[in-house]
Design a protein around this ligand. Structure first.
Ligand code: URA
Length: 267
């Protein structure tokens, strides 16, 4: 915004400027802009991304179909990551989906990597995109309360009480739209490797998107509460906390699911 005290003919006192900003936020604007709009999907790629970890730098032949090329690259980069730090570096460097261009921050994971419970959500929202951490907005606050009620926390140092949290996608889809099947498929090798490196005792799939990615199934209201297997581990689908915020009555079933997790963790 310029120092000009008017904006398109309106007097721009502090109150008007604040009202204008709030209105723009309600319309979905989530960052300040220049005078002319920028289409980030039509920009040359950003400055060179951080080099992937040494183990994943092997040059790969370029097949003709760029999507296949990227899929093969994702497999190779994920498989080559020997540690979480290498996986994060490889995933952040991966250029195979456009979401990366529109996101502010790469959002890898949060919590204690030694945790027995690993939660997989959908994708970063606005607040997660701002902070570069999963589940830190309203839904994330509810998620913390829910798991706190059975004695689990992402801050816990003790692995018995700890949570580890990630998402199917590490970049925010524009306007919080649902991830597309091609985006999920492209990032799946990273998620699989993520689970292998964490080696939790059990997985929790939050909502339809991780059920689609990990189980190739959807219909969370039917899937929730039924233990199944994903990536070779006991897995419980649960309703997403964003859904619970909109549908408080569903919290009763979520509580039953939390108790089922607590029971499963008992020695
Ligand atoms: N919803 C998700 O599924 N993941 C987040 O990180 C935030 C909201």
């Amino acid at each position: 915004m310029t120092a000009d005290p008017t904006y398109r003919g309106f007097a721009l006192d502090a109150e008007t400027a604040l009202a204008l900003l709030q209105w723009q936020a309600e319309l979905g604007a989530d960052e300040p802009c220049l005078d002319a709009p920028i289409d980030r999907y039509d920009m040359p790629d950003r400055a060179a991304p951080p080099a992937p970890a040494a183990a994943v730098q092997a040059p790969l032949a370029l097949p003709e179909d760029p999507a296949q090329d990227h899929a093969a690259l994702a497999e190779a980069m994920a498989a080559g990551a020997r540690t979480l730090a290498e996986l994060a570096a490889a995933q952040e460097a991966f250029d195979g989906i456009d979401l990366k261009k529109g996101a502010r921050n790469f959002c890898f994971a949060d919590g204690n990597p030694g945790a027995r419970v690993m939660i997989i959500g959908e994708a970063p929202g606005e607040e997660e995109d701002r902070q570069g951490r999963p589940f830190v907005g309203r839904a994330g606050q509810l998620l913390d309360l829910m798991f706190g009620a059975i004695g689990l926390s992402r801050q816990a140092v003790d692995a018995e009480r700890a949570l580890y949290i990630t998402n199917v996608l590490p970049w925010r889809p524009p306007g919080n739209r649902r991830p597309e099947a091609t985006e999920m498929a492209m990032m799946l090798p990273f998620l699989r490797r993520h689970v292998e490196l964490i080696q939790p005792d059990l997985l929790v799939l939050m909502g339809n998107t991780p059920c689609m990615a990990a189980l190739n199934r959807q219909g969370i209201l039917k899937l929730r509460g039924q233990w199944t297997e994903a990536f070779g581990l006991p897995t419980l689908p649960m309703a997403h906390p964003a859904y619970l915020l909109r549908t408080p009555l569903a919290k009763r079933e979520a509580w039953a699911d939390l108790l089922s997790i607590a029971a499963r963790l008992e020695p």
